[in-house]
Design a protein around this ligand. Structure first.
Ligand code: ATP
Length: 435
């Protein structure tokens, strides 16, 4: 049932001149070596969905690594290869990356229960992928440039807005695909096909996830939580009972979705003001997801998902502290900037946003926002040298004086360096720091 059509026009319409030129150059390089090659997967899917395309994944019928090496030479780029997987990355002089993989028939072992059938290398490569929508290839060889090859009904599924596996043993082969199905359904606003949905239910019932490494679960979960709006996907995870794959005791209550929506608002607020400031988006949704778990369970989750020390610190330790500080903020709204600053100064962006999402009062949200937008970065002008001139010896006193100057600055008691020096003098006198 393989369908073919030419999409040259679509490529010209949707890609920049440079990108089309690059694809043509790759095709020409393939012709030179006498091999067929294709751009495949997410690139083709996004092209047909009229979404922004990014990574170029090239599949070569033959030795991908030698192709990548000779292509890198042609373009004066670099080539990093992984012999074991037959893959390579070509980095072009302008930093653009092209991923190259080898489609080789002998590499694929069919699941025992599937009939072994004769397929071309490219078809086999597509057959090993997760969902039909990811199985299209566009040939790049000059003679056939722009030929879209659709082996498994991907165009139909794109039209029907449906996520479907290619065969019924797909989740047996790789259970992480369950998470990927939910990610794609959410991202494109597609439905998971009836049979595929049944296969997911079966995977949960039979617990295909038993032997799955926590690292792989985490990697997929994290990708879901990094999507623009992960909330529908989190709901779908729960509908299938997949939160229990993360931990059997992980559970949501009717507040969970409300708080997730609050996280979304807090992140939108942040991203509007601080475009391009990186932070761990996923971690804030994640903290809401685990908030009903006891510390012991959270520790077990962290162990299972193989959290890095930074992740552990945020999710285990700082989150608890943040919850305590939030209570203080709500029960006892600070009356001065310096007090607000001292309550919040140790927290990273992720925790401030988490507190913002969990806050019950508007007043608290305003205080958090004031801290984050205005107070966080305030620094004193006075330096150690100034204190030495005032007769203070370097040591613990330095820190105390500095922090009292900062306090004065936060509360608008000082404006200039002179003000700060005067303030420091007064402080030194009052506390009898210098004899
Ligand atoms: P994204 O836009 O999220 O990067 P993508 O489709 O490019 O989407 P990747 O995770 O980069 O996704 O994977 C690249 C390709 O490799 C996909 O198109 C998919 O077909 C295939 N793939 C990735 N993970 C799996 C998997 N677990 N099982 C089968 N195929 C997979």
């Amino acid at each position: 049932h393989t369908r073919k059509r030419n999409v040259k026009r679509l490529l010209d319409e949707r890609l920049s001149k440079q990108e089309v030129a690059l694809l043509r150059k790759i095709g020409a390089a393939g012709d030179k070596l006498g091999i067929n090659l294709f751009v495949v997967g997410g690139f083709v899917r996004d092209l047909l969905l009229y979404r922004k395309v990014d990574d170029m994944d090239i599949v070569v019928e033959g030795d991908g690594i030698s192709f990548a090496k000779s292509f890198a030479l042609m373009c004066k780029g670099r080539c990093n290869s992984h012999k074991k997987f037959g893959t390579a990355v070509v980095v072009l002089p302008d930093g653009f990356k092209v991923d190259v993989a080898s489609a080789r028939r002998e590499y694929y072992k069919f699941p025992a229960a599937l009939p072994t059938v004769e397929m071309s290398s490219i078809k086999l490569d597509m057959f090993r992928r997760d969902f039909t929508i990811n199985t299209m290839a566009i040939q790049l060889n000059q003679e056939k440039f722009g030929t879209l090859i659709d082996f498994f009904g991907a165009q139909r599924d794109l039209k029907d807005k449906t996520i479907r596996t290619i065969h019924n043993l797909s989740f047996v082969e790789d259970p992480t695909r369950v998470f990927r199905a939910i990610k794609f359904a959410n991202r494109f606003d597609f439905t998971i096909g009836k049979l595929t949905s049944n296969l997911i239910q079966n995977a949960v019932r039979v617990d295909f996830f038993k032997n799955l490494s926590g690292l792989r679960v985490f990697s997929e979960l994290r990708q879901i939580l990094e999507e623009d709006d992960p909330i529908p996907a989190i709901k779908t995870l729960e509908t299938y009972g997949l939160e229990r794959v993360i931990h059997p005791y992980l559970a949501f209550d009717n507040q969970t979705v409300v708080l997730l929506e609050e996280v979304k608002k807090a992140l939108a607020w942040h991203d509007l003001l601080f475009l391009d400031t990186p932070y761990l988006r996923w971690s804030i949704y994640f903290m809401v997801m685990i908030r009903l778990c006891s510390p012991k369970i959270v520790q077990e989750i962290a162990d299972r998902l193989k959290f890095s020390p930074t992740h552990q610190r945020i999710i285990l330790n700082d989150r608890i502290k943040a919850e305590q500080r939030l209570e203080i903020l709500e029960a006892n709204p600070p009356k001065s900037n310096s007090r607000l600053h001292s309550i919040l100064k140790t927290f990273r962006t992720e925790l401030i946003l988490y507190m913002m999402a969990c806050a019950k009062k508007d007043e608290t949200r305003k205080a958090l926002s004031l801290f984050y937008t205005k107070l966080r970065d305030i620094k004193v002008l006075i330096r150690g040298e100034h204190l030495i001139t005032l007769g203070v010896r370097p040591g613990p006193e330095f820190k105390r004086i500095m922090s009292s100057v900062l306090k004065a600055r936060l509360d608008h008691q000082v404006a200039t360096l002179e003000n700060e020096i005067d303030f420091a003098k007064g402080y030194i006198r009052q506390n009898k720091i210098v004899d």
